[in-house]
Design a protein around this ligand. Structure first.
Ligand code: FAD
Length: 406
């Protein structure tokens, strides 16, 4: 019989946690980790925050110190891509031409940035942000640039805007939607963040798309879709990501808005799991399947898959959560607010510490906490318990959230 061997395709945050959980559970077999980047698994959140600001060295990004992988049962293959999966033969092949057998395969292939195809989009000085190398290039340009144009006012665009202002650059942000972070927060929270960025000197152009990027070899300006010309020494584009589904699709696995898995993080093939940004998975609390772009999801799915590989029978059921750091503002989001029909504000935005509580049919479904960590932590439990809070108590910032359940 073949020795037990877990092969992990991808070496990002989720993959690192799969390895850690398998070791913790004393998995009795070999682990082969294959990643197409040149780095051991690392954390991406600091890339648009402290690491970009130059306040964190690259070694601190590692998910586990390099010595952790110094284990006779762990084989790490970097700069190598998994190019095909042979489900019948239970083996993968890689870009180096090797074939590697598995008893269980974990697809932890993550996502990639959505690129814009517009005139000038391939000029020098046009950047995307997903990897350490991307940040190294952005940082070098930021140090030399005066005018920075950011396309997209989501988390990443706004975090880069905050760092660039901190570094003294002139910053203009173009956003197609009428308000910032419109995909994830309510108009109340968007308005607060727009005021904060304006107060820090960022020029926000809302309801404005990118027309073209201008320059000979290197960008010198961008034009908006309304024809306005904005000087630019560099451009950072943050217009979303796409799950890496191609490997799974070619192997005949089910695909929706990601690689389809069940609550055990298993695909339609009982020997193939998928975890992290690349998955489309059921969420018991919201009673629907969804795709999440978050570290918490990557870690929890990785733990679930590893436990099931080790013979346990574990289902993933979590309240999603996210965060974003901009200036001295910590935004923490518990739950998913889309589909809310009422919002209750706790605290006063003027004090830069408040939260927005989102309800649907009276039930608490999400909380955006701005410099309000206690609300964030307590709301997670209420959301998980499908709490229908008393709204008067909910609006009273002097009441602790744990005391507002009816
Ligand atoms: P990834 O981190 O994308 O890792 C997948 C890896 O697999 C990549 O290295 C990829 O190159 C590799 N790969 C892909 N295909 C193959 C293949 N065929 N063979 C081999 N290797 C392959 N989340 C938060 O919760 N909070 C934050 O504040 C936050 N900030 C962020 C800031 C930035 C700048 C970025 C980019 C992301 C941020 N995120 C944040 C999102 C978070 O980092 C992701 O949700 C998380 O990295 C997902 O982990 P993953 O392992 O699923 O995917």
């Amino acid at each position: 019989m073949m020795t037990q061997q877990v092969v992990i395709a991808g070496a990002g945050h989720a993959a690192g946690q799969v390895v850690a959980s398998l070791k913790q559970k004393k998995y009795d077999g070999r682990i082969v980790l294959i990643g197409d980047e040149s780095w051991l698994p690392y954390q991406r959140p600091p890339l648009s925050k402290k690491f970009l600001a130059g306040e964190m060295p690259a070694e601190r990004l590692y998910f586990k110190p390099p010595a952790f992988y110094d284990d006779p049962d762990i084989e790490v293959r970097l700069n190598e891509e998994v190019v095909a999966v042979d489900r019948v033969g239970q083996a993968i092949s890689t870009s180096s031409g090797d074939t590697i057998s598995y008893t269980d395969l974990v697809l932890a292939v993550g996502s990639r940035v959505r690129r814009v195809e517009t005139e000038g989009s391939d000029l020098a000085g046009v950047h995307y942000l997903r990897s350490i190398e991307d940040v190294n290039r952005i940082r070098a340009d930021l140090d030399a640039a005066e005018n920075v144009v950011i396309v997209g006012a989501g988390y990443i665009g706004l975090e880069v805007a905050a760092v660039a202002r901190q570094l003294g650059n002139d910053v203009t942000v173009l956003e197609m939607a009428a308000r910032v972070m419109s995909r994830v927060v309510s108009p109340e929270v968007s308005a607060f963040y727009q005021e904060q960025h304006a107060a820090h000197g960022v020029q926000l152009l809302m309801s404005t798309g990118l027309g073209s990027i201008v320059g000979d070899e290197r960008v010198t300006a961008v034009t908006t879709d309304a024809g306005r010309n904005i000087p630019a020494d560099m451009v950072v584009i943050g217009v979303g990501i796409m799950p890496n589904i191609e490997l799974a699709a070619a192997a005949g696995l089910d695909i929706d808005d990601g690689i389809v898995v069940d609550a055990r993080c298993r695909t339609v093939d009982e020997h193939i799991y998928a975890v992290g940004d690349c998955t489309f998975h059921p969420n018991a609390i919201y009673e629907r399947s969804l795709r999440l772009e978050s570290v918490h999801n990557a870690l929890e799915q990785a733990k679930t898959a590893a436990a099931n590989i080790c013979g346990e029978d574990i289902e993933y059921s979590q309240v999603p959560w996210f965060w974003s750091d901009q200036y001295d503002l910590k935004l923490q989001i518990a739950g998913l607010s889309d589909g809310y029909d009422e919002v209750v504000v706790r605290g006063d935005p003027a004090n830069a510490s408040f939260s927005c509580m989102y309800l649907r049919d009276g039930r608490l479904i999400a909380c955006d906490a701005i410099n309000a960590p206690r609300d964030f932590i307590q709301s997670k439990a209420l959301i998980a318990n499908r709490c229908v809070p008393d709204k008067t108590l909910l609006a009273d910032a002097d009441m602790q959230l744990k005391d507002v359940a009816q």
